[in-house]
Ligand binder design. Sequence first.
Ligand code: R5P
Length: 283
Amino acid sequence: MTIVPGSASQALAAALVRETGADLATPTYDRFPDGETLAAVPGFDDDRATVVAATPSNDALVELLQLQDAVREAGASEVTTVLPYMGYARQDRAFEAGHPVSARAVARAISPGTDRVVLVTPHEAAVGDFFDVPVDVVDAADVLAGPLPDDLTDPLFLSPDAGAVALAETVRDAYGRGTVDHFEKTRHSGTEVTIEPSDADADGRDVVIVDDIIATGSTMSEAVAALGDRGAARVFAACVHPLLARNARTKLESAGIERVVGTDTLERDVSAVSVAPVVADVL
Ligand code: R5P
Protein backbone atom coordinates (compact mmCIF):
# COMPACT_ATOMS: atom_id res chain seq x y z
CA MET A 1 0.00 0.00 0.00
CA THR A 2 1.20 3.49 -0.81
CA ILE A 3 -0.05 6.48 1.15
CA VAL A 4 -0.71 9.56 -0.95
CA PRO A 5 -0.96 12.79 1.06
CA GLY A 6 -3.07 15.78 0.17
CA SER A 7 -1.24 19.04 0.79
CA ALA A 8 -3.25 19.73 3.96
CA SER A 9 -2.56 16.28 5.46
CA GLN A 10 1.18 15.75 5.09
CA ALA A 11 1.96 15.34 8.80
CA LEU A 12 -0.89 12.86 9.29
CA ALA A 13 0.18 10.90 6.20
CA ALA A 14 3.72 10.66 7.59
CA ALA A 15 2.34 9.46 10.94
CA LEU A 16 0.26 6.85 9.11
CA VAL A 17 3.33 5.60 7.25
CA ARG A 18 5.14 5.18 10.58
CA GLU A 19 2.09 3.44 12.01
CA THR A 20 1.47 1.03 9.12
CA GLY A 21 4.83 0.57 7.40
CA ALA A 22 3.21 1.55 4.08
CA ASP A 23 5.14 3.36 1.35
CA LEU A 24 4.80 7.12 1.01
CA ALA A 25 4.21 8.85 -2.33
CA THR A 26 5.53 12.37 -2.89
CA PRO A 27 2.81 14.27 -4.75
CA THR A 28 3.35 17.69 -6.24
CA TYR A 29 0.88 20.50 -5.65
CA ASP A 30 0.92 23.09 -8.38
CA ARG A 31 -1.38 25.73 -9.78
CA PHE A 32 -1.94 26.89 -13.34
CA PRO A 33 -1.80 30.61 -14.14
CA ASP A 34 -5.61 30.76 -14.20
CA GLY A 35 -5.73 29.52 -10.61
CA GLU A 36 -6.71 25.90 -11.27
CA THR A 37 -4.98 23.38 -9.01
CA LEU A 38 -2.82 20.52 -10.29
CA ALA A 39 -2.05 17.80 -7.77
CA ALA A 40 -0.02 14.96 -9.29
CA VAL A 41 1.76 11.79 -8.11
CA PRO A 42 4.90 11.44 -10.24
CA GLY A 43 6.30 7.91 -10.34
CA PHE A 44 3.34 6.32 -8.55
CA ASP A 45 3.54 2.56 -9.00
CA ASP A 46 1.38 0.42 -6.72
CA ASP A 47 -1.84 -1.56 -6.94
CA ARG A 48 -3.12 -0.11 -3.66
CA ALA A 49 -3.34 3.59 -2.96
CA THR A 50 -4.58 5.31 0.19
CA VAL A 51 -5.23 8.97 -0.43
CA VAL A 52 -5.17 10.93 2.83
CA ALA A 53 -6.59 14.39 2.32
CA ALA A 54 -8.49 16.74 4.59
CA THR A 55 -10.75 19.09 2.64
CA PRO A 56 -11.00 22.35 4.58
CA SER A 57 -11.17 24.35 1.33
CA ASN A 58 -12.61 23.99 -2.16
CA ASP A 59 -9.07 23.76 -3.56
CA ALA A 60 -8.28 20.90 -1.17
CA LEU A 61 -11.39 19.07 -2.37
CA VAL A 62 -10.41 19.38 -6.03
CA GLU A 63 -6.87 18.33 -5.15
CA LEU A 64 -8.28 15.18 -3.53
CA LEU A 65 -10.27 14.37 -6.68
CA GLN A 66 -7.12 14.88 -8.75
CA LEU A 67 -5.04 12.59 -6.52
CA GLN A 68 -7.70 9.87 -6.75
CA ASP A 69 -7.71 10.19 -10.52
CA ALA A 70 -3.91 10.30 -10.80
CA VAL A 71 -3.39 7.03 -8.92
CA ARG A 72 -6.08 5.31 -11.01
CA GLU A 73 -4.42 6.67 -14.13
CA ALA A 74 -1.12 5.23 -12.88
CA GLY A 75 -2.69 1.78 -12.50
CA ALA A 76 -3.96 1.51 -8.92
CA SER A 77 -6.73 -1.08 -8.78
CA GLU A 78 -7.73 -0.40 -5.17
CA VAL A 79 -8.12 3.12 -3.84
CA THR A 80 -8.99 4.04 -0.25
CA THR A 81 -9.77 7.65 0.59
CA VAL A 82 -9.16 8.88 4.13
CA LEU A 83 -11.02 12.09 4.94
CA PRO A 84 -9.46 13.23 8.22
CA TYR A 85 -11.66 16.32 8.05
CA MET A 86 -14.49 16.45 5.54
CA GLY A 87 -15.40 19.96 4.52
CA TYR A 88 -19.15 20.65 4.08
CA ALA A 89 -20.00 17.77 6.44
CA ARG A 90 -21.96 20.16 8.68
CA GLN A 91 -24.23 21.06 5.75
CA ASP A 92 -25.93 17.70 6.09
CA ARG A 93 -29.45 18.91 5.28
CA ALA A 94 -31.13 21.63 3.27
CA PHE A 95 -31.49 24.43 5.82
CA GLU A 96 -34.00 26.35 3.69
CA ALA A 97 -36.07 25.70 0.60
CA GLY A 98 -33.75 25.89 -2.38
CA HIS A 99 -30.61 25.00 -0.42
CA PRO A 100 -28.46 22.02 -1.39
CA VAL A 101 -27.50 19.13 0.87
CA SER A 102 -23.86 20.05 0.39
CA ALA A 103 -22.43 17.11 2.32
CA ARG A 104 -24.27 14.77 -0.06
CA ALA A 105 -23.03 16.67 -3.11
CA VAL A 106 -19.43 16.43 -1.88
CA ALA A 107 -19.80 12.72 -1.02
CA ARG A 108 -21.14 12.07 -4.51
CA ALA A 109 -18.16 13.84 -6.03
CA ILE A 110 -15.66 11.80 -4.00
CA SER A 111 -17.30 8.36 -4.37
CA PRO A 112 -16.53 7.49 -8.02
CA GLY A 113 -12.77 7.85 -7.49
CA THR A 114 -12.48 5.43 -4.59
CA ASP A 115 -13.38 1.92 -3.47
CA ARG A 116 -13.94 2.91 0.14
CA VAL A 117 -13.82 5.91 2.46
CA VAL A 118 -12.54 6.38 6.00
CA LEU A 119 -14.21 9.32 7.71
CA VAL A 120 -12.84 10.69 10.98
CA THR A 121 -15.36 12.01 13.56
CA PRO A 122 -17.85 13.67 11.22
CA HIS A 123 -20.35 16.05 12.81
CA GLU A 124 -23.02 13.37 12.29
CA ALA A 125 -22.12 9.73 11.52
CA ALA A 126 -25.06 9.66 9.07
CA VAL A 127 -22.95 11.74 6.67
CA GLY A 128 -21.30 8.43 5.80
CA ASP A 129 -24.57 7.31 4.19
CA PHE A 130 -24.17 9.95 1.47
CA PHE A 131 -21.27 8.05 -0.11
CA ASP A 132 -21.89 5.45 -2.81
CA VAL A 133 -19.04 3.23 -1.53
CA PRO A 134 -18.41 1.49 1.82
CA VAL A 135 -17.51 3.92 4.61
CA ASP A 136 -15.71 3.37 7.91
CA VAL A 137 -16.62 6.12 10.35
CA VAL A 138 -13.96 6.27 13.07
CA ASP A 139 -14.16 8.33 16.24
CA ALA A 140 -10.84 9.83 17.27
CA ALA A 141 -12.04 11.75 20.35
CA ASP A 142 -10.25 9.49 22.82
CA VAL A 143 -6.81 10.65 21.64
CA LEU A 144 -7.67 14.13 22.98
CA ALA A 145 -7.06 12.96 26.55
CA GLY A 146 -3.35 12.45 25.82
CA PRO A 147 -2.16 16.07 25.78
CA LEU A 148 -4.22 17.13 28.82
CA PRO A 149 -2.19 17.72 31.99
CA ASP A 150 -2.17 14.83 34.49
CA ASP A 151 -2.98 17.14 37.39
CA LEU A 152 -6.46 18.41 36.44
CA THR A 153 -8.31 19.43 39.61
CA ASP A 154 -11.63 17.61 40.03
CA PRO A 155 -12.07 17.69 36.24
CA LEU A 156 -15.36 18.47 34.55
CA PHE A 157 -15.69 17.37 30.91
CA LEU A 158 -18.31 19.56 29.34
CA SER A 159 -19.89 19.62 25.90
CA PRO A 160 -21.34 22.89 24.61
CA ASP A 161 -24.56 21.13 23.60
CA ALA A 162 -26.29 17.82 24.17
CA GLY A 163 -25.11 16.55 20.76
CA ALA A 164 -21.48 16.37 21.85
CA VAL A 165 -21.99 14.64 25.22
CA ALA A 166 -20.77 11.30 23.83
CA LEU A 167 -17.50 12.99 22.80
CA ALA A 168 -17.08 14.46 26.28
CA GLU A 169 -17.71 11.01 27.79
CA THR A 170 -15.15 9.46 25.46
CA VAL A 171 -12.48 11.97 26.48
CA ARG A 172 -13.35 11.60 30.19
CA ASP A 173 -13.12 7.81 29.92
CA ALA A 174 -9.76 8.05 28.16
CA TYR A 175 -8.52 10.54 30.79
CA GLY A 176 -9.63 8.16 33.52
CA ARG A 177 -11.47 10.41 35.98
CA GLY A 178 -13.89 13.33 36.11
CA THR A 179 -17.57 14.03 35.57
CA VAL A 180 -19.48 14.91 32.38
CA ASP A 181 -22.10 17.57 31.79
CA HIS A 182 -23.33 19.75 28.96
CA PHE A 183 -24.50 23.27 28.22
CA GLU A 184 -27.40 24.15 25.93
CA LYS A 185 -26.44 26.03 22.78
CA THR A 186 -28.62 28.10 20.48
CA ARG A 187 -27.12 29.11 17.14
CA HIS A 188 -28.36 32.42 15.76
CA SER A 189 -26.09 32.66 12.70
CA GLY A 190 -22.83 31.29 11.32
CA THR A 191 -20.87 33.27 13.90
CA GLU A 192 -23.35 33.95 16.72
CA VAL A 193 -24.31 31.48 19.42
CA THR A 194 -25.64 31.78 22.93
CA ILE A 195 -24.89 29.29 25.66
CA GLU A 196 -27.26 28.43 28.51
CA PRO A 197 -25.21 27.11 31.42
CA SER A 198 -26.47 23.98 33.12
CA ASP A 199 -26.41 23.70 36.89
CA ALA A 200 -23.09 21.85 36.66
CA ASP A 201 -20.83 22.85 39.54
CA ALA A 202 -17.67 24.33 38.02
CA ASP A 203 -16.47 26.30 41.04
CA GLY A 204 -12.75 25.77 41.58
CA ARG A 205 -12.62 22.91 39.08
CA ASP A 206 -10.57 22.48 35.92
CA VAL A 207 -12.93 22.21 32.96
CA VAL A 208 -12.32 20.58 29.58
CA ILE A 209 -14.84 21.67 26.96
CA VAL A 210 -15.08 18.98 24.30
CA ASP A 211 -16.51 19.44 20.81
CA ASP A 212 -16.04 17.83 17.41
CA ILE A 213 -14.82 21.05 15.79
CA ILE A 214 -13.80 24.60 16.58
CA ALA A 215 -14.73 26.59 13.48
CA THR A 216 -15.29 30.31 14.20
CA GLY A 217 -14.67 29.70 17.90
CA SER A 218 -18.02 31.25 18.83
CA THR A 219 -19.28 28.14 20.61
CA MET A 220 -16.12 27.60 22.62
CA SER A 221 -15.54 31.24 23.55
CA GLU A 222 -19.15 31.62 24.77
CA ALA A 223 -18.75 28.45 26.84
CA VAL A 224 -15.44 29.67 28.29
CA ALA A 225 -17.06 32.97 29.26
CA ALA A 226 -19.97 31.18 30.93
CA LEU A 227 -17.53 29.06 32.93
CA GLY A 228 -15.61 32.12 34.07
CA ASP A 229 -18.87 33.42 35.56
CA ARG A 230 -19.20 30.15 37.47
CA GLY A 231 -15.79 30.23 39.13
CA ALA A 232 -14.05 27.58 37.02
CA ALA A 233 -10.29 27.31 37.54
CA ARG A 234 -8.48 26.46 34.28
CA VAL A 235 -10.57 25.96 31.12
CA PHE A 236 -9.21 23.80 28.28
CA ALA A 237 -10.80 23.46 24.83
CA ALA A 238 -10.45 20.04 23.19
CA CYS A 239 -11.66 19.30 19.68
CA VAL A 240 -10.98 16.70 17.02
CA HIS A 241 -10.96 19.25 14.17
CA PRO A 242 -9.17 22.53 15.00
CA LEU A 243 -10.39 24.43 11.96
CA LEU A 244 -9.88 27.77 13.74
CA ALA A 245 -11.35 29.94 10.99
CA ARG A 246 -11.11 33.71 10.92
CA ASN A 247 -10.37 35.14 14.39
CA ALA A 248 -11.24 31.98 16.35
CA ARG A 249 -7.85 31.76 18.02
CA THR A 250 -8.06 35.34 19.29
CA LYS A 251 -11.65 34.93 20.49
CA LEU A 252 -10.59 31.95 22.58
CA GLU A 253 -7.60 33.78 23.99
CA SER A 254 -9.74 36.82 24.87
CA ALA A 255 -12.27 34.55 26.57
CA GLY A 256 -9.51 33.28 28.87
CA ILE A 257 -8.78 29.79 27.57
CA GLU A 258 -5.88 27.99 29.25
CA ARG A 259 -5.02 25.88 26.20
CA VAL A 260 -6.58 24.60 22.97
CA VAL A 261 -5.94 20.95 22.15
CA GLY A 262 -6.72 19.50 18.73
CA THR A 263 -5.71 16.59 16.53
CA ASP A 264 -3.88 16.48 13.21
CA THR A 265 -7.04 15.99 11.14
CA LEU A 266 -6.30 19.65 10.46
CA GLU A 267 -2.68 20.67 10.82
CA ARG A 268 -2.57 23.71 13.11
CA ASP A 269 -0.27 24.89 15.89
CA VAL A 270 -2.70 23.33 18.40
CA SER A 271 -2.64 19.88 16.73
CA ALA A 272 -1.03 18.21 19.71
CA VAL A 273 -1.98 14.61 19.01
CA SER A 274 -2.33 12.36 15.98
CA VAL A 275 -5.35 10.34 14.87
CA ALA A 276 -2.99 8.01 12.95
CA PRO A 277 -3.37 5.03 15.32
CA VAL A 278 -7.16 5.22 15.06
CA VAL A 279 -7.11 5.47 11.26
CA ALA A 280 -4.42 2.80 10.89
CA ASP A 281 -6.71 0.33 12.68
CA VAL A 282 -9.13 0.34 9.73
CA LEU A 283 -6.64 0.48 6.84
C1 R5P B 1 -21.99 22.14 15.98
O1 R5P B 1 -22.95 21.68 16.62
C2 R5P B 1 -20.60 21.68 16.20
O2 R5P B 1 -20.56 20.60 17.08
C3 R5P B 1 -19.70 22.78 16.73
O3 R5P B 1 -20.14 23.15 18.03
C4 R5P B 1 -19.73 23.99 15.88
O4 R5P B 1 -19.71 23.66 14.52
C5 R5P B 1 -18.58 24.90 16.21
O5 R5P B 1 -18.63 26.01 15.38
P1 R5P B 1 -18.10 27.43 15.86
O6 R5P B 1 -16.69 27.25 16.32
O7 R5P B 1 -18.19 28.28 14.62
O8 R5P B 1 -19.00 27.92 16.93
